[in-house]
Design a protein around this ligand. Structure first.
Ligand code: NAG
Ligand code: NAG
Ligand code: NAG
Ligand code: NAG
Length: 539
């Protein structure tokens, strides 16, 4: 594919701002040893194979079903894979394909979904608002239509805030511009700030930023079961929590992720974001940080509605290692960095232990403090696996999640230890061995049993996240740097201001406030592909 100069202009800007005197996240002077050049090419090859199959069989649809060569449109039908791929096309220098994608997005009509269905505020924000604005920046602001389209979809999503509620409902009927009245979760409420602030920046309309901020702040101001650690379910009508379940996993995950990233993106314009994140991490170290009896692997457990520690982990939650690395660096706190590296090792171990070298959706541990999981008792086969690997599989599928490789990318950029490059290379080899269908790359039913077959999905975040994190792991660290960009939860990089010299915020943790467990605990909500908390395959 021909490469033009769209990206190189952006790079000059990025490189110069990394010279600012603020705190740095990446190891200074980092370079990727030449012997890894073939790995960068291998990541690009997986991407171009996947994308060319999408173009051939599913162009303009949300996803290609890579086994049946059919299409899926469960995210509204506005070309989720194409929009999610746009930033990766630019990062890889595939400019002709990018221009074709801009052409396609310019035709999108967000007034009603092409395929009738309710629309998720969260899923739509992280892909379309985040993806279009990131592509606008990465292409040197050459295509204002990308901002126009992000604004059009956000103007529809903005109807999710009704009745003066601070928090949005999450599920929208775009035909009537009205939300479905039901509980939501803190991930859905708290993962809008980066995208909607970026949109305010480029449209000059402050309303987007204000709406997103007030939802997150409303969550952060409530009393919580443990300081800084909001439980999962919230009701926008009452503005209160509807459960007491604490997890860094799906349904909560990116609320915590964005507390930190938004503090960085806004350079602590309001201390509530960094103060709450620091408090959440401090509470997690005291209460949720556990180690396994075999292998001494670190993980962050859940605390359930009854206050019991559940010794469980998930692929989704494994973003925490990268997030704590970013936060530890910004706070210049080596304790947090060191714990993050151990959490990262624990997550990578879930890849290293399986027959495919790919990690499962959910897993569990026997902790030094007990083995309660809230689920079924451990089976003999699980115990045997645990005794060998220090974790056991409770949800065996792989649905092209990025989080383990995302954290591995942060670990490389922060430490410069080439073992993280080797891990990424191992993942590429496993993907090439176990995921290819006739035309593209699919999801797996059982990471520990290759003969259990495919799940007929190729997720939009395969393009946005897995393949961009892998490629960037082997790319020049100054190209898209952790010191110049903040990544949204869908791996769309947004240009960050030059860093502050300190992100300590108010300097204090948030004191505990009395928390009353709700009398009727809401069921943990059914959540969509990106946040689903259990081992249920997407769709
Ligand atoms: C984009 O659209 C314009 C006008 O419709 C067309 O001339 C051009 O060839 C298209 N480019 C690509 C890459 O599809
Ligand atoms: C700003 O955006 C909001 C949300 O879509 C909209 O209601 C408002 O009319 C916009 N304001 C201006 C001045 O365009
Ligand atoms: C680093 O973070 C840990 C965990 O919150 C905290 O106990 C410690 O005091 C912090 N260290 C510094 C130097 O701020
Ligand atoms: C916990 O350990 C006990 C005793 O070994 C065992 O009977 C039980 O099945 C285990 N429970 C879980 C959830 O692993």
């Amino acid at each position: 594919m021909r490469r033009s100069c769209i990206l190189s202009l952006t790079l000059l800007g990025a490189a110069s701002s990394s010279l600012a005197a603020g705190v740095t996240v990446q190891k200074p002077g980092l370079t990727v040893p030449a012997k890894y050049a073939s790995q960068k090419a291998a990541a690009e090859k997986i991407f171009t194979t996947s994308y060319s199959a999408y173009r051939e069989f599913a162009f303009g649809h949300d996803e290609l079903h890579p086994v049946s060569e059919g299409v899926g449109d469960d995210l509204g039908g506005w070309g989720a894979s194409l929009v999610d791929a746009m930033g990766t096309l630019l990062v890889m220098g595939l400019d002709d394909l990018f221009v074709e994608a801009v052409n396609f997005t310019s035709t999108l009509d967000f007034n009603t979904p092409p395929v009738p269905q309710d629309i998720s505020v969260f899923e739509t924000t992280i892909r379309w608002v985040g993806g279009l604005i990131s592509a606008y920046e990465l292409s040197g602001e050459k295509f204002p239509i990308l901002v126009t389209k992000a604004k059009e979809v956000a103007d529809k999503l903005a109807f999710a805030w009704i009745d003066g509620n601070a928090m949005p409902y999450n599920t929208m009927d775009f035909t009537t511009n009205s939300p479905v009245i039901q509980t939501t979760n803190i991930a859905q409420v708290g993962t809008l700030t980066l995208e909607w602030s970026a949109l305010s920046k480029y449209t000059g309309n402050a309303t987007y930023k204000e709406l997103a901020e007030k939802g997150t702040i409303a969550v952060a101001e409530l009393a919580t079961p443990l300081p800084g650690l909001a439980p999962q379910v919230v009701d926008p009508a009452t503005g209160q929590f509807a459960d007491a379940y604490i997890t860094w996993g799906g349904g909560s995950d990116s609320y915590f992720e964005y507390l930190l990233k938004y503090a960085r993106y806004t350079n602590n314009a309001n201390n509530i974001f960094i103060d709450t994140w620091k408090t959440a991490v401090d509470s997690s170290i005291h209460t949720l940080l556990k180690t396994s009896t075999v292998g001494d692997w670190s993980f962050l457990a859940d605390q359930d509605d009854q206050g019991l520690i559940r010794h469980v982990g998930s692929h989704l939650a494994c973003f925490y290692a990268g997030n704590w690395l970013l936060g530890g660096q910004l706070l210049k706190n080596q304790t947090i960095v060191d714990i993050a590296l151990k959490l990262n090792d624990g997550c990578w171990n879930t890849y290293a232990g399986t027959a495919t070298g790919i990690g499962p959706e959910t897993f569990a541990f026997i902790g030094t403090d007990g083995n309660f999981t809230g689920g079924s008792a451990i089976t003999a086969a699980q115990l045997a696996f645990y005794n060998e690997h220090g974790y056991y599989i409770t949800g065996s599928d792989y649905i092209q999640r990025p989080e383990v490789l995302e954290s591995n990318f942060y670990a490389w950029r922060v430490t410069g230890d080439t073992k993280y490059l080797d891990r990424a290379a191992d993942a590429i080899a496993s993907f090439n061995k176990f995921l290819p269908t006739t035309v593209a790359f699919a999801c797996l039913n059982d990471v520990n049993n290759p003969s259990a077959g495919f799940i007929d999905d190729m997720e939009s975040f395969w393009f946005a996240e897995v393949l961009k994190y892998l490629y960037l792991t082997f790319d020049d660290p100054n190209h898209i740097s952790l010191d110049t960009h903040v990544w949204n939860t869908e791996c769309h990089p947004l240009i960050a201001p030059p860093a502050l010299s300190s992100y300590q915020g108010s300097g204090s943790l948030i004191p505990p406030k009395p928390f009353t467990t709700p009398t009727s605990i809401a069921p943990r909500p059914a959540v969509s592909p990106k946040t689903q908390p259990s081992g249920v395959p997407a769709q």
